[in-house]
Design a protein around this ligand. Structure first.
Ligand SMILES: C=C1C[C@]23C[C@@]1(O)CC[C@H]2[C@@]12CCC[C@@](C)(C(=O)O1)[C@H]2[C@@H]3C(=O)O
Ligand SMILES: O=C(O)CCC(=O)C(=O)O
Ligand SMILES: [Fe+2]
Length: 364
């Protein structure tokens, strides 16, 4: 037993660069995660959608229905900004462990440095570090870089602003492809349909190079509790998505592309038409990997429920109304079974939700 709480934190946050071999606590057996075959992009690949394409709305609808994930190009976010946010993230994770721990996420907090939140559902550790930003990054960044935090804060603030614009645009397209008009049908979209009151979190993920990548896990399979997630990944591949009936498919990085995941709240809002996507991150032997997830949801007071336009006598509402915070609490308790807990009717195709996988059992 560690004698002080800080020992426990340090034990869980090793200096990855000093490890020449994979410690047993990081060695996953296949059965520890969702066990399906993996394919590279030559088998089938996640759709890449050009937002300038006149058919973007239809293409997005098709991708959401069949994949729950797609990549976008020509999205309007500048390469310079993407480079800057990547550089800030890399600088952050390169700090000495003791410095990063000054901005550690508190046990009951959301923001700050820490290991993957979903770790508590697994007995094996994940080969990654994370930093969550909810609201302003100022306080935590001042702890990390007492003398020059302002530039890094500015980069994060600008990135969040640009992501919010893009997320609003994607909401209009995703809802539009379901026959829902943001302006008329979604009250909280606001008079300009810009979803100004939306909430969001930014999650920086770092996956160091790993001596034994085949036995390690960067981030275990999960769905995001969001309406949608916008993920930037650097040029090292690692993200995989589960395609029902096929297996794990690699999402290869596309220059300046952004990955869009359908989250659980969109699954609920669409009454199951757009299923949230199960995804995970694998690691690499020689190259580190960085990803930056913009997790986007409704304002805290808004209850998300199946949209009335998608509900009728033959399509009963499958989920009960729930706020984002209530859903996050459900997720923290039931993990990948959270959607089933919000379900009001027995699924038409059997007894479990499409995303419910029996992987929340402690292993090892
Ligand atoms: C808004 C949030 C979604 C998230 C939990 C959080 O409060 C902040 C971090 C998010 C994240 C990122 C990595 C995967 C994930 C499952 C996790 O453990 O933390 C998601 C959470 C989520 O979408 O449920
Ligand atoms: O690193 C990745 O590719 C996935 C990250 C992710 O799923 C998340 O932050 O929710
Ligand atoms: Fe995710």
């Amino acid at each position: 037993m560690p004698s002080r709480p800080s020992d426990a934190i340090i034990r869980l946050h090793p200096d990855f660069t000093s490890l020449q071999e994979l410690p047993e606590s990081y060695a996953w057996n296949q059965r520890d995660d969702i066990d399906y075959p993996s394919f590279d992009s030559s088998a089938e690949s996640v759709p890449i959608i050009d937002l300038n394409d006149p058919n973007a709305l239809q293409n997005i609808g098709h991708a959401c229905r069949t994949w729950g994930v797609f990549q976008v190009i020509n999205h309007g976010v500048s390469t310079t900004l993407l480079d800057m946010v990547e550089s800030t993230s890399r600088t952050l994770f390169s700090l000495p462990v003791n410095q990063k721990l000054k901005a550690a996420r508190s046990p009951d907090g959301v923001s700050g440095y820490g290991f993957a939140r979903i770790s508590s559902f697994f007995s094996k550790l994940m080969w990654s570090e994370g930093f969550t930003i909810v609201g302003s990054p100022d306080e935590h960044f001042r702890q990390l870089w007492p003398h020059d935090y302002t530039n890094h804060c500015d980069v994060i603030k600008e990135y969040k602003q640009e992501m919010k614009k893009l997320a609003g645009r994607l909401m209009c397209l995703m809802l539009g492809s379901l026959g829902i008009t943001a302006k008329q049908d979604i009250k909280w979209a606001g008079p300009r349909s810009d979803f100004k009151e939306a909430s969001a979190a930014l999650q920086l993920n770092y996956y160091p190079a790993c001596p034994d990548p085949d036995r390690a896990m960067g981030l275990a399979a999960h769905t995001d509790s969001t309406l949608l997630t916008i993920l930037y990944q650097n040029s090292t591949s690692g993200l995989q998505v589960l395609k029902e009936g096929v297996g794990w498919i690699k999402v290869s990085p596309v220059p300046d592309g952004l990955v869009i995941n359908v989250g659980d709240l969109m699954h609920i809002l669409s009454n199951g038409s757009y299923p949230s996507v199960l995804h995970r991150a694998m690691v690499n032997r020689t190259r580190h990997r960085l990803s930056i997830a913009y997790l986007y949801g409704p304002p805290s007071s808004v209850k998300i429920s199946p949209h009335p336009k998608l509900v009728g006598p033959t399509h009963p509402p499958l989920y009960r109304p729930i706020t984002w915070n209530e859903y996050l609490d459900t997720k923290a308790k039931y993990f990948n079974k959270a959607l089933s807990w919000v379900r009001v009717c027995v699924p038409l195709n059997g007894l479990v939700d499409v995303n419910e996988h029996n992987n929340s059992v402690k292993v090892g």
